[in-house]
Design a protein around this ligand. Structure first.
Ligand SMILES: CC(C)(COP(=O)(O)OP(=O)(O)OC[C@H]1O[C@@H](n2cnc3c(N)ncnc32)[C@H](O)[C@@H]1OP(=O)(O)O)[C@@H](O)C(=O)NCCC(=O)NCCS
Length: 212
């Protein structure tokens, strides 16, 4: 059984590791004290939000879990999390305060997860996304994730299917150039083009409600 390394790997501090200038975005590990603000964003972002207990349990009990927050000044504007198991990172959640969307914060959070996953020894990353969530799919495509399967009826609130996406090579972290093109196709188009097959049980997410 693998245990996540401490918050410091190879002498590189993971806390405050994305340096910030005044007015810029800073990435920090999520702490229990962040949960009220995290939950406020969570409830505005997902039809079946995680409970405070679920987040607290992830922070306290799950040795595989790594959760971060994005702050602008003192304001918490987004968060994301993943499970790192052996060489695979599984993104469990990512959300940005609706008032701050479209300003690159989701991109920063995903890049930070990728950097941290690499330091934890992960080489691949996976996630699930609703077939209707084209904004998130576009973010993932820009980061080199590719659709490779469908979980039928995965989301419990409306029975919507999930697209399973994988990024096979994590380095370098951050957005990557699309192969042979300047812009990647949209998630739905990309999924259709790739001839996705129904998923097997491998790599299943914590649950069909976008949370554990
Ligand atoms: C998905 C989410 C985290 C993106 O965060 P964000 O801060 O708005 O995203 P960014 O500003 O960093 O944009 C990153 C990319 O997302 C895509 N994107 C963002 N806003 C978009 C929009 N309105 N329309 C289309 N694509 C959009 C783009 O590809 C963008 O990259 P680009 O500007 O280089 O093209 C945010 O929309 C969110 O919190 N949604 C609700 C929760 C959710 O659906 N989470 C994902 C669950 S799988």
């Amino acid at each position: 059984m693998m245990e996540l390394p401490s918050r410091e790997v190879s002498g590189v501090a993971l806390s405050h590791d994305v340096q910030s200038q005044p007015g810029e975005i800073r990435i920090d590990p999520m702490t229990p004290g962040d949960l009220p603000l995290v939950l406020a964003i969570e409830r505005r972002s997902f039809p079946t939000p995680w409970s405070e207990r679920a987040f607290a349990s992830e922070l306290r009990d799950n040795l595989y879990a790594d959760y971060i927050v994005a702050r602008r000044g003192h304001r918490l504007v987004g968060y994301a999390g993943m499970w790192c198991i052996l060489d695979e990172a599984h993104v469990t959640t990512i959300a940005v305060d609706p008032e701050f969307r479209g300003r690159g914060i989701g991109n920063r959070l995903l890049t930070a997860l990728e950097e941290r996953a690499l330091r934890y020894g992960c080489r691949r990353m996976t996630l699930e996304v609703r077939v209707s969530n084209h904004v998130a799919q576009r973010l993932y495509l820009r980061h080199g994730f590719r659709p490779c399967g469908i979980r039928r009826g995965y989301y419990v609130d409306n029975g919507e299917d999930a697209i399973i996406m994988w990024r096979d090579r994590l380095d370098p972290p951050g957005p990557v150039a699309a192969e042979g093109d300047d812009a990647p196709p949209t998630g739905r188009d990309a999924g259709l083009q790739s001839g996705m097959e129904p998923a097997t049980g491998a790599g299943a997410a914590p649950g069909g409600s976008e949370g554990p």
